[in-house]
Every structure is written in structure tokens, then in C-alpha cells.
Design a protein. Structure first.
Ligand code: HEC
Length: 146
């Protein structure tokens, strides 16, 4: 798994290597804004042991493919637009957070989730640009009326 994920990392040239080393050593897990947002807004449903039994089907975001993906787009979409139609009706819906967080807060949260739940994967580039782009893009099944 780690080897597979590492194959997404830039591998050529000394600059890429330096960037990789920097990403490894930067205190990214300690991004306190992202950590605070996660524990205040997400952990209630997603933290193993803290979520209600209803959400036991998806116990931890560490197991969610979105945090391991090569781009943050699906994760950002989920945060901005929530999930209106859950995989199982018993799961309940996930609220949309687009009116709760600004782009910088979503960016901090996404970086935190990546570092926390996919520690072997390289940092995503241009997260804030992706948040701004996806906020403007209409979501599937979202008519923008809310
Ligand atoms: C009220 C409970 C609740 C809160 C709060 C919540 N979620 Fe969720 N979330 C869910 C449920 C339920 C699902 C599963 C829906 C499904 O599997 O169909 C889910 C699924 C997800 C997924 C997986 C999406 C996918 O397509 O696989 C991600 C990623 C996620 N949530 C991130 C977050 C983040 C980040 C936050 C905080 C900003 C958050 N959630 C807050 C209930 C919640």
C-alpha cells in the first residue's frame, strides 16, 4: 500500500526530492486549525469509539479511500456538499459544510485529514485552489438552492 501510494510522489530531480523531504519533516500533523475543525465538526460521527453506533459501518476516515486518493477532490466535495443519499439508509446523511467553513478552513481540515489518516501518502498540492474551484462547481444532485 505504501509503495503503491509512493508511486504518486514526484520522483525526478533534486527539487522533487527536497520537496519530499520537506513534506516529511514539516509539522503537518500539528496543523492545529485542521485538528480543531476535525474534532469539533467531524469526530462526533467519524472518530472510532466516539461516533454513535449508527455510524459504525464507517468507523474511521483512515479506511476511507478519499483520504488516500491522488487528488483531494472527492474529499473536498464531501466536506462542501455533504452526503444526502447515504449508502445505507440507516447511516443517515452527512451535513454540508460549505456555509460553515471558508476556503482556508476547508484547506486546513483537508491537509490535517491527509496527514492524520494517510500518513504514508505525499501531501496534496494546491489544496486551497481545489477548494475554491470545487466550491464554484455545481455538485451532483445539488441545485444550489440551499
Ligand atoms: C452527522 C454526522 C456526520 C458528521 C458531523 C460528519 N460526517 Fe462525514 N459522513 C457521515 C456519514 C453517515 C457518512 C457515510 C455516508 C455513506 O457511507 O453513504 C459520512 C461519510 C464521509 C466520508 C466518505 C465519503 C465517501 O464518499 O466515501 C468522508 C470523507 C467524510 N464523511 C468526511 C467528513 C468530514 C471531514 C467531516 C467534518 C467536516 C464530517 N465527515 C462530518 C456523517 C457525518
Amino acid at each position: 500500500m505504501a509503495v503503491y501510494l509512493a508511486s504518486f510522489a514526484p520522483t525526478t530531480g533534486p527539487n522533487a526530492l527536497a520537496a519530499q523531504i520537506e513534506a516529511r519533516t514539516a509539522p503537518r500533523v500539528l496543523d492545529s486549525t485542521g485538528a480543531r475543525i476535525y474534532s469539533a465538526s467531524c469526530a462526533v460521527c467519524h472518530q472510532p469509539g466516539r461516533g454513535s453506533e449508527l455510524f459504525g459501518v464507517r468507523p474511521s476516515l483512515a479506511l476511507n479511500s478519499n483520504v488516500h486518493a491522488s487528488t483531494p477532490d472527492n474529499l473536498i466535495r464531501t466536506i462542501l456538499h455533504g452526503i444526502e443519499t447515504p449508502a445505507l439508509p440507516e447511516l443517515g446523511a452527512m451535513p454540508a459544510f460549505r456555509n460553515t467553513f471558508d476556503d482556508r478552513q476547508v484547506t486546513a481540515l483537508v491537509r490535517y485529514l491527509r496527514a492524520q489518516f494517510a500518513p504514508d501518502a505525499p501531501d496534496w498540492a494546491d489544496v486551497e485552489e481545489s477548494v475554491a474551484r470545487l466550491r464554484r462547481a455545481p455538485a451532483k444532485g445539488d441545485d444550489g438552492s440551499s
